[in-house]
Design a protein around this ligand. Structure first.
Ligand code: NAD
Ligand code: UDP
Length: 327
């Protein structure tokens, strides 16, 4: 596959937060882009600005069902990503990761396409090693409320490796750490979107537990750049490879920063900690630096400001009502 020529590219979950930015970048580069989505956690407005472009089309489809398309590259992003979304119908979440990956790997095998899996830091579970290198096998509960997502993605990684070893499918696996930015669903319950929406609406900011748990937040543009470097590298770097921002913050620090940047009068209130909530999370990005010459460039304060600016422009009434989550 020649990455410098015009490719036919499929983006599953292409209307989502990350998928829509991948579509945008591919369309701008002149590729022939198919966005496939069932709109479970997204809405068409995320890609509406691309609809008139001759090199862009949308297919409403569920990846758990077979589909036959002719493509050169597949960005396999389809999967609910926010805890409230993936726990809403956990069996469907497993089907999406497992059957969705089998269907897309089958397509990649048939077409000779390169395929990238959006895996996750969640495959490390509640990690006992810090920061987390790719060589760490993780500490995952098989029967908890997060298992549908964690184990689903772990099986997806297994499937990708087995299709690669047995069928020579040209794969890439990226382990994405918490990423934020414009076009996050305002009601997805993820911590950045939740805190910003709460601050803008003057609601209390809800910290789960003591707020001492940590996450490392990567701005969307940095993440998408890392994904493209992995997808387009010709040095046989297939991953799994961590892409994320190693700057680690407690959830309380994040809450305080959001209050400061929004100028909100919101109080910060504690809520019960959800089960199996990972205590610490920080990517070791040695491999991404070495093999992809990639590292993040946008600090949390700058990325949060851009995200807050976007949240101020949206009409919350245009988004479907909140999906039930653990609040
Ligand atoms: P998102 O919810 O905005 O996007 C997911 C998209 O997949 C949505 O458009 C949704 O409608 C679609 N989708 C879900 N199930 C589907 C199905 N069965 N068939 C077709 N489409 C389906 O979330 P996101 O943050 O953009 O995440 C995209 C991918 O990146 C996911 O695979 C997620 O697991 C992974 N990821 C994201 C993060 C992050 O911090 N954003 C971290 C780790 C991994
Ligand atoms: N969190 C919180 N308040 C919220 C939403 C989330 O304190 O309103 C915490 C959550 O318990 C977790 C962290 O923020 O420790 C990140 O949660 P998120 O749902 O964004 O993603 P996760 O990394 O847990 O998948």
């Amino acid at each position: 596959m020649n990455v410098s020529k015009i490719n036919r590219v499929l983006v599953t979950g292409g209307a989502g937060f990350l998928g829509s930015h991948i579509c945008e970048r591919l369309v701008e580069a002149g590729h022939d882009v198919i966005c496939l989505d069932n709109f479970f956690t997204s809405q068409k407005t995320n890609v509406a600005h691309l609809l008139g472009r001759p090199n862009f089309e949308v297919i409403r489809h569920d990846v758990t069902l077979p589909i036959f398309l002719e493509v050169d590259q597949i960005f396999h992003m389809a999967c609910p990503a926010a805890p409230g979304h993936y726990q809403f119908n956990p069996i469907k979440t497993v089907k999406t990761s497992v059957m969705g990956s089998i269907n897309m790997l089958g397509m990649a095998k048939r077409c000779g396409a390169r395929i990238l899996l959006a895996s996750t830091s969640e495959i490390y579970g509640d990690p006992l090693i810090h920061p987390q290198p790719e060589s760490y096998w993780g500490n995952v509960n098989t029967i908890g409320v997060r298992s549908c997502y964690d184990e689903g993605k772990r099986v997806a990684e297994t499937l990708f490796m087995d299709y690669h070893r047995k069928n020579k499918v040209d794969i890439r696996i990226v382990r994405i750490f918490n990423t934020y930015g414009p076009r996050m669903h305002p009601y997805d319950g993820r911590v950045v979107s939740n805190f910003i929406r709460q601050a803008i609406q003057g609601e209390p900011i809800t910290i789960f537990g003591e707020g001492e748990q940590t996450r490392s937040f990567c701005y969307r543009d940095d993440l998408v750049e890392g994904i493209f470097r992995l997808m387009n590298n010709e040095q046989n770097v297939i991953g799994p490879i961590n892409i994320g921002n190693p700057s680690e913050f407690t959830i309380r620090e994040l809450a305080e920063l959001v209050v400061q940047l929004t100028g909100a009068k919101s109080s910060i209130e504690k809520r019960p900690l959800p089960p199996d909530d990972p205590t610490r999370r920080q990517p070791d990005i040695t491999l991404a630096k070495k093999h992809l010459s990639w590292e993040p460039t946008i600090p949390l304060r700058e990325g949060l400001q851009k995200t807050i600016d976007w949240f101020r422009t949206i009409d919350l009434d245009h988004y479907r009502p909140p999906t039930p989550n653990y609040v």
